[in-house]
Design a protein around this ligand. Structure first.
Ligand code: ADP
Length: 480
């Protein structure tokens, strides 16, 4: 089975969040099941090396204002097709945001072009490789199902659309549809129209064959006004086609036994070196060395979604209780400033690193005792899965994939050897404060803590369950 992935990011090549990790991991997990995945990605400057090594498949004289080409390259166990369109993607700044931090003015064109090219591949323009099915990820790939429907071709493969976060919908001016020759009849409430705007994600969800999201709980939440972000009606209408397939992680990249970012390797059977990782982390974040104090961490985008304003509120109480915090993150200025200030207010107890640093994120996972994820909503969340793998117990809000992947340390779960972390709800400062208090109390019960670490490190967080679920879904989609 041949499947074309369409996405705006893919680890290890270009990443701003969990989408990249998943797009980079699923194809490898599907390969042993006989699925040949090619990933269509824009050739941002970060991919210049890959581009140089690749082989040109197709030239396009004019792709929305400039020449473009498709380049095929294999790297890191992945088959990638790069869309080299310098006028759209070869520019300094972020992949979605310009240097001032605002959305690129032409994002509709940039990702509309990605979808246009994906449609050409899907409908058979690369004679060397014709996909049986297209798997579109998030709004940046949202136009593909509709463009395939509109294409004048005999080969129209079905589409699966995955929602990694429904908060990002790709809403643009209504006239955007004219650029892609989308007839008015599709600019309706049942189609691509969203309160007078043209919605890329909405179009994808309206016209794809199957919809998935990244955890079973989030799939249910999407049906409600609280989480559906205005698309709950469409989600309800398509409930029969919606499923939640839990994200996994790449067990080779995230392995404390072989992780080159750690000063010393450890495993579930031999965890002594975790204290060496903790010492390295303490040094890096200018934290006091204190074996009796639990070292909490955060690795996150600093946004309203992630609930880190709640952590700022309860941080003085956590420090008072003896806890320490190492935070790695970037995002909203108010939160960045808040955590920088916290580090000044609590020298040696709170360390803040503002920025995005993949390698450092591994050390933070390896060196911490617990990871705090107080998200207001969380489609799946990956950092709790990395935490589990590294024996860094997650303290999580009970929502979305966090609810599905962490076994709360209730007395029963502790007794039965199932507990892997701490869950809390309601998701507010008092709820988080209680959870941190519970965590500190558990940390003092050394035997319990050690056994929870063992439960966590043995908990299955790879793709062994979810890859076959994608495969089954593809088969069902194809058989329709
Ligand atoms: P989201 O995709 O909503 O940002 P996820 O938990 O699904 O949240 O994925 C976030 C990914 O980004 C994880 O791989 C995490 O380790 C990584 N990450 C987030 N912030 C940083 C940072 N400042 N530095 C390095 N990695 C980060």
């Amino acid at each position: 089975m041949k499947v074309l992935f369409v996405a705006s990011e893919c680890a290890p090549f270009v990443k701003t969040g969990g989408l990249a990790d998943v797009v980079g991991a699923v194809p490898k997990a599907l390969e042993p099941l006989g699925v040949d995945v090619r990933i269509l990605l824009p050739a941002y400057p970060a991919l210049a090396d890959l581009l140089r090594r690749g082989e040109t498949l197709l030239h396009l004289d004019d792709l929305f204002g400039g020449p473009a080409r498709l380049v095929s390259v294999q790297s890191d166990g992945l088959n990638v097709i790069l869309l080299d369109a310098p006028h759209l993607f070869d520019r300094a700044g972020g992949i979605y945001l310009d240097e001032s931090g605002t959305d690129w003015h032409d994002n509709h064109l940039r990702f509309g072009a990605l979808c246009t090219v994906a449609t050409r591949i899907a409908t058979g323009q690369l004679t060397s490789w014709k996909p049986d099915l297209v798997h579109a990820h998030d709004w940046q790939a949202g136009l593909v199902p509709l463009l395939i429907k509109l294409a004048g071709s005999d080969h129209k493969p079905p589409c699966v659309m995955t929602i990694h976060n429904i908060a990002f919908q790709g809403l643009f001016h209504w006239s955007t549809r004219e650029l892609f020759a989308i007839p008015d009849e599709h600019f309706t409430h049942e189609g691509a129209e969203f309160y007078g705007h043209f919605g890329f994600l909405k179009a994808g969800l309206a016209y794809c064959d199957k919809i998935t999201t990244v955890s079973p709980t989030y799939a249910q939440e999407l049906l409600t006004p609280e989480f559906g972000m205005g698309l709950e009606g469409l989600m309800q209408a398509r409930q029969q086609d919606l499923s939640g397939i839990l994200n996994g992680i790449d067990l080779d990249i995230w392995n404390p036994k072989t992780d080159p970012a750690l000063p010393a390797p450890y495993s579930v059977h031999n965890r002594r070196n975790k204290s060496r990782c903790r010492a390295a982390l303490e040094q890096k974040f200018s934290l006091q060395n204190d074996a009796e104090s639990p070292l909490f961490c955060v690795i996150s985008r600093l946004t309203q979604q992630k609930g880190l304003d709640l952590l700022l509120e309860v941080l003085p109480a956590l420090v008072e209780r003896g806890g320490r915090l190492a935070l790695l993150g970037s995002g909203e200025k108010q939160l960045e400033d808040g955590f920088l200030q916290a580090a000044q207010d609590h020298p040696g107890r709170v360390g803040t690193f503002i920025g995005y640093d993949e390698e450092l994120s591994h050390l933070v996972q390896g060196g911490s005792d617990a990871i705090i994820i107080p998200s207001r909503f969380e489609p799946c969340g990956l950092t709790q899965l990395y935490g589990v793998r590294y024996g860094t117990l997650p303290v999580v809000a009970r929502t979305g994939g966090l609810a599905d992947t962490v076994v709360d340390a209730t007395p029963d779960a502790i007794k039965e050897g199932r507990a892997t972390g701490i869950q809390f709800s309601p998701i507010d400062a008092a709820g988080l404060n209680d959870a941190l208090e519970r965590t500190c109390a558990l940390f003092e019960r050394k035997r319990v803590w050690r056994s929870m670490m063992g439960n966590a490190m043995r908990y299955p967080v790879g793709w062994e369950q979810s890859a076959p679920e994608y495969h089954d879904l593809y088969l069902r989609t194809l058989s329709r």
